[in-house]
Design a protein around this ligand. Structure first.
Ligand code: ADP
Length: 251
């Protein structure tokens, strides 16, 4: 019987199944300040991922005994909507949701000046509306903009992106198919100006050379995302300025 040909995720010409080159990010759209009732908010589309981030605070902590005497308590809730994946996901927090909430919070600890706001909390809410791989990184990119939009002093924006190994090749920004069928996935969060990594995880196997290559590629991806984040923040403030000018003209 002829052997069934298995379709590769990356072809011989190093083109991925979605048409991207090995070191190419998925198309990214960022919007800042879209939730009226949050102190800061942002929305990201990265490929088929669609994610909202809302920030509340600094504000009084509830319950009160959680307040820290010398700094603000940073809290994060990552949540995937039941309709965000093909099979309905239970709305209750899964082990994965709890793990991602923790690692995302930790990715911001080095960035936020929590010491400016003792006895308060800063809450980050992340709602994944549609998931297609790499949602923890896209969530960090959006939440960082939401924190900046809330006016919370940051040492630097945090940008995040994964690299990994698929069909023996090191690739940037894996989507769900590549994540599931690939050999390794390495999500990374980074403060570009400070040259500091705030999150590094790895799933799968890489040689030490491949590991280095993947980190460098993920860092390149983060630097590109950092530029897009800065543009998205600027766009919000240009919009605010124009609205204010229009208001002044009408008076
Ligand atoms: P990340 O989204 O950060 O890559 P994972 O590696 O855990 O995190 O998940 C990879 C992808 O698997 C997600 O982006 C999503 O597309 C899919 N996924 C995660 N949880 C579920 C689930 N409960 N049901 C279906 N797909 C899921």
């Amino acid at each position: 019987m002829p052997k069934k040909k298995v379709k590769k995720v990356v072809n011989k010409e190093n083109i991925r199944h979605d048409g991207r080159k090995l070191s190419e990010l998925r198309p990214i759209k960022l919007e800042v300040g879209i939730l009226g009732n949050a102190d800061g908010s942002a929305y990201i589309e990265q490929g088929k991922n669609k994610i909202l981030a809302g920030v509340y605070g600094p504000k009084e902590v509830h319950p009160k005994h959680l307040a820290l005497p010398d700094r603000s308590r940073l809290r994060c809730r990552y949540h995937m909507a039941p309709f965000s994946v093909q099979e309905r996901k239970s709305p209750a927090p899964s082990r994965r949701d709890i793990e991602l909430s923790k690692v995302i919070r930790e990715a911001f600890e080095p960035s936020v000046f929590t010491e400016y706001y003792p006895k308060t909390s800063i809450d980050i809410f992340i709602e994944v509306l549609q998931a297609d791989g790499g949602t923890r990184c896209a969530s960090i990119t959006a939440a960082s903009l939401a924190l900046a939009d809330a006016g919370i002093p940051l040492r630097d924006l945090v940008s995040a992106c994964a690299a990994g190994k698929v069909d023996g090749r090191i690739v940037l920004d894996l989507n769900d198919k590549e994540d599931k069928e690939g050999e390794a996935d390495l999500p990374l969060a980074y403060m570009s100006n400070l040259n500091a990594i705030t999150l590094l995880q790895m799933d799968g196997m890489l040689t030490s050379e491949e590991f280095e290559q993947a980190i460098n590629l993920a860092l390149e991806g983060c630097n590109q995302i950092y530029q897009l984040q800065k543009e998205a923040l600027k766009a919000k403030y240009v919009e605010v300025k124009e609205t204010m000018n229009e208001g002044a003209d009408e008076q």
